[in-house]
Design a protein around this ligand. Structure first.
Ligand code: BEZ
Length: 211
């Protein structure tokens, strides 16, 4: 059955550039980003992996572990890592899964044969510390992803996990957020002491509560 938001991210064992891992054990109590790329030694993927490695301090600040995957073997990943460092000016600093037999790609439905025959498309899964899938996005092979957007979503997910708020269109860390409609005004005054602005009874804005 297809994976959906809120499902437990399937556990697996895998060979990676950092050795053998058991996924859930490797995640521990961290948040996780599991993403697939179509193929090693390809241009868009080279830029994506270099940029994601540059973002490592941002992921670490948020308690997030990142892991990539393609259906190429780990030996290819290790060779390709040299090209990533040479062309992107950044050493690969997170593990890449070698999934030659496509077990994990199939488990996570990362192969979309009507888009890209037998290779993984550009899937992203954000996984919470409870091992549940919090976000899934899928891009075609021809379009490199925006990993700054992944960071932005993680900021929203981590904020909304801790407070009764949601984040509006194009929200960025530090901007006002929306109070959950289920919270009445009296409770909102207690929960959000910085105050709130009521545009409509269902649309109340408050400064980001964890800032
Ligand atoms: C790329 O990363 O450039 C790419 C990979 C597979 C198919 C098309 C493009």
């Amino acid at each position: 059955m297809a994976l959906r938001l809120g499902d437990i991210a399937p556990d697996f064992e895998a060979e990676t550039t950092d050795g053998k891992i058991k996924f859930h054990e490797w995640l521990g109590d961290s948040w996780g980003v599991l993403f697939s790329h179509p193929k090693d030694f390809t241009p868009v993927c080279t830029t994506e992996l270099g940029y994601t490695a540059k973002l490592k301090p941002e992921f670490e600040k948020r308690g997030v572990k990142v892991i990539g995957l393609s259906v190429d073997p780990v030996s290819d990943h290790n060779e390709w890592a040299k090209d990533i460092e040479e062309t992107q000016g950044q050493k690969l600093n997170f593990p890449l899964i070698g999934d030659s037999d496509k077990t994990i790609a199939n488990l996570y439905d990362m192969i979309h044969p009507n888009s890209l025959d037998s290779l993984t498309v550009r899937s992203v899964f954000i996984i919470g510390p409870d091992k549940k899938i919090k976000l899934m996005i899928t891009y075609p092979a021809s379009t490199g992803r925006n990993f700054d957007e992944i960071i932005r979503v993680i900021d929203s997910l981590q904020l909304t996990a801790g407070y009764s708020v949601s984040t509006p269109v194009n929200w960025k860390d530090g901007e006002d957020v929306i109070i959950a409609p289920a919270i009445n005004d009296d409770d909102a005054k207690v929960k959000f002491p910085k105050g709130f602005k009521t545009l409509k009874p269902y649309l109340r804005l408050t400064p980001q509560p964890n800032k």
